[in-house]
Design a protein around this ligand. Structure first.
Ligand SMILES: [Mg+2]
Length: 190
């Protein structure tokens, strides 16, 4: 399965006002993580609660962030890394909506579709299905910690939580734990 484990940190929850500032993509076992340079308006619009949660002040490196503000940046790195792949993350709809907006701002609406595969995978939903198959009933609203514990996947450390790479690694670990339960391919007739 061709997948890309992803996570972004943003300046807030409102896609109309808030933007991505940190991206992590793990493909074929290689971790990629970078930050995008924010302009003054984006910094002013940032939600203080999100800034605190993602430890923006201590982690954002304005001098080394890619300087193409609010674009995909880095040779359209995200598009290259995720070409044809399923995006896999914890609630990746949040991340995908934001990267779509960036993509459209830069390139316009893609008549041939976005570079990544349109079918995105939420590892929390995967985990619930896998746990159900093992007899665990997960009542909403659930905590990510509980899913992690039941799957025997270490939870992200406090230091790494709400960092793009820490969260992408956790999504990968949950995905791997679920896929490790699989025995034969779905296309196997027998
Ligand atoms: Mg995150």
């Amino acid at each position: 399965m061709s997948v890309a484990f992803i996570d972004f940190e943003t300046t807030g929850l409102d896609p109309d006002r808030h933007v991505i500032w940190e991206l992590a993509v793990i493909v074929d076992g290689v971790e990629h993580c970078w930050q995008q340079k924010l302009n003054v308006g984006q910094l002013v619009a940032a939600d203080p609660v999100s800034q605190k949660m993602t430890r923006f002040e201590s982690r954002y490196h304005a001098t080394t962030a890619l300087t193409v503000a609010n674009s995909l940046g880095g040779g359209d790195r995200f598009s290259e890394l995720t070409q044809g792949r399923h995006l896999v993350g914890a609630i990746p709809s949040f991340d995908e909506e934001r990267i779509r907006r960036q993509w459209v701002e830069r390139f316009g609406w893609p008549t041939a579709g976005f570079p990544w595969h349109y079918h995105i995978v939420d590892v929390e939903a995967l985990a619930i299905g896998a746990l159900a198959a093992q007899g665990w009933r997960v009542d909403p609203p659930w905590e990510s910690e509980d899913l992690s514990r039941a799957l025997e996947v270490p939870m992200i450390s406090d230091a790494d939580r709400h960092t793009a790479l820490g969260d992408a690694r956790w999504a990968k670990a949950i995905h791997q734990a679920v896929m490790a339960m699989a025995v034969r391919p779905l296309t196997d007739p027998g």
